[in-house]
Design a protein around this ligand. Structure first.
Ligand code: FAD
Ligand code: NAD
Length: 475
């Protein structure tokens, strides 16, 4: 088969690219080894984890209602029903993608693809005994994604030692769970299991949870997690894992020296690796970085004129919305448009409770680059809506260029931060000033107001925050 455009990988990067190509009238094939479309995000990532986090949030809220005088009985958890409900979410979405690809006449090719040269893919059948096929193309958009990073010493061949895919299967609610890695997955899945009833311990190599995130934002999360989790071990290394039939013995090296403890299960969540190996890229001119990321320019072009790459396989941050955005840029480039992937803000959201979200410049990035910024923090203790929700632990902070008042960054911690951050993305992309945020009327009482109020606070004019006037003594 020959197609002008083939997309390799049916995740959020790949299917967004293939669908746009079809919408623009291009003839396109989509190659996916999995029997369902959706990739990591839909089948074993964003969507199932957020479905389970929703359940965890409801469990937490039902407990929190006690201080409002509302008492629920202890929940009875039917794991089979919970798993089935989560699968229903996935099935609805992946089924929708299959319908959409059919309607758009995207040629679906099932199998595992490998480049034999810059214009040819050999596709091995996913099912045993199936026939392999050859697809030649003018252009290929590589969207092969990523997989969990593995630490060889932890590969003890026990089902009790899981990666994120295993954790999302929810085989049981272990009495105790050790999460190795205090990053996105560790904290999100740790929250799910802790809410379902496991005693969760998180062990993190560095001196902080979510090492790349803003400390002001992590602080309220860490405080809450200290109440939810059994323990948080920072600056601690797992040196050995010994799996038994019903438990796993884990040996640590921490600030207080060596120690060991038994856990019912272990989740290893220490990052992800790009799927750039095993693809036959050596048969093309594509360049791969020492970390395994496919190197691309601002138009998603690789060093091979026939191959573009998008999403997790071509770098960080490994996020679904970045992958799909890059997919659209790659298609527009092939369609002859002057498209460029040059965002001012790629939002990041950690869907814990509270959620953490940020967009644009962070305080740490400003400090590292020596850029002068003014930071305005708006504590949710000053928000009527936060009080009504019983969640005054949140914070909204904006980073502003003091010369021009331009909004450079927004960070939010609190319930719903992931929804609220979209306003910051728009503000940063549009080059809004803090005055634009302040003077745009926000609905009351909402948590969204805290974005406008943080801008008011930048000018020292926040209604709910008293700041003594610098020139008050002159009066
Ligand atoms: P992928 O989604 O990984 O898709 C790649 C596809 O290519 C796969 O379907 C794979 O089967 C296929 N493929 C690979 N090699 C071949 C081959 N040789 N032949 C044929 N097919 C092939 N991101 C967010 O933005 N928000 C979140 O809330 C979020 N939560 C997450 C939670 C978890 C537990 C995990 C693991 C990830 C999460 N992510 C989240 C990250 C997100 O899933 C990824 O950034 C996103 O899926 C990347 O999209 P992609 O299209 O680049 O690759
Ligand atoms: P991560 O990079 O977010 O966190 C990994 C953590 O493990 C880091 O804090 C790191 O210091 C720590 N670590 C590394 N080696 C260790 C070791 N030997 N012992 C203890 N700690 C160790 O990676 P992740 O949590 O596996 O998630 C992978 C990626 O998937 C994320 O970076 C993100 O791009 C994506 N993701 C996004 C979301 C979201 O958007 N909400 C959710 C889940 C995953």
């Amino acid at each position: 088969m020959h197609v002008p455009l083939v997309v390799l990988g049916g995740g959020p990067g790949g299917y967004a690219a293939a669908f746009l190509a079809a919408d623009l009238g291009m003839e396109v094939a989509l190659v996916e080894r999995d029997e369902r479309l959706g990739g990591t995000c839909l089948l074993r990532g964003c969507i199932p984890s957020k479905a389970l986090l929703h359940v965890g949030r409801v469990l937490a809220e039902s407990r929190e209602m006690e201080e409002w005088g509302i008492h629920f009985q202890k929940p009875r958890i039917d794991l089979d029903a919970l798993r089935a409900r989560k699968e229903k979410v996935i099935a609805a979405l992946t089924g929708g993608l299959a319908t959409l690809s059919r309607r758009r006449n995207v040629k679906m090719v099932r199998g595992s693809a490998r480049f034999t040269n810059s214009k040819t893919l050999e596709i091995a059948a996913s099912e045993p005994g199936g026939a392999s096929q050859t697809v030649t193309f003018d252009h290929c958009i590589l969207a092969s994604g990523s997989r969990p990073a593995r630490i060889p010493a932890f590969d003890v061949g026990s089902p009790l030692v899981m990666d994120s895919t295993g954790a999302l299967e929810l085989a049981d609610v272990p009495q105790s769970l050790l999460v190795v890695g205090g990053g996105y997955i560790g904290l999100e899945m740790g929250t799910v299991y802790a809410e379902l009833g496991s005693k969760v311990t998180v062990v993190e190599l560095t001196d902080a949870l979510l090492p790349g995130a803003d400390r002001d934002l992590v602080k309220p999360l860490q405080k809450r997690l200290e109440g939810l989790y059994e323990a948080i071990l920072l600056n601690t290394k797992v040196v050995k894992i010994e799996a038994g039939a019903t438990s796993v013995k884990v040996h640590f090296e921490g600030p207080d020296g060596p120690s060991s403890k038994e856990f019912s299960r272990v989740l290893v969540a220490v990052g992800r690796r790009p799927n750039s190996d095993g693809l036959g890229l050596e048969n093309t001119a594509v360049k791969v970085s020492p970390k395994g990321f496919v190197e691309v320019d601002g138009q998603q072009r690789t060093a091979d004129p026939h191959i573009l790459a998008i999403g997790d396989v071509c770098g960080e941050p490994m996020l679904a919305h970045r992958a799909s955005h890059q997919g659209k840029v790659a298609v527009e480039v092939l369609h002859g448009e002057p498209a460029l992937f040059a965002p001012r803000a790629i939002p990041a959201v950690v869907f814990t409770d509270p959620e953490i979200a940020w967009a644009g410049l962070t305080e740490q990035e400003a400090a590292a680059s020596g850029r002068t910024v003014e930071i305005s923090r708006y504590p949710w203790a000053a928000s009527g809506r936060a009080h009504a929700l019983g969640r005054t632990d949140g914070l909204t902070k904006i980073l502003v260029d003091p010369e021009t008042d331009t909004v450079l960054g927004l960070g939010i911690v609190g319930p719903g931060a992931g929804e609220l951050i979209a306003e910051g993305v728009l503000a940063i992309e549009m080059g809004c000033s803090a005055r634009d945020l302040m003077e745009s009327i926000h609905p009351h009482p909402t948590l969204g107001e805290t974005v406008a109020f943080s801008a008011e606070n930048y000018f020292g004019l926040a209604t709910e925050i008293y700041r003594p006037r610098a020139d008050a003594s002159k009066e």
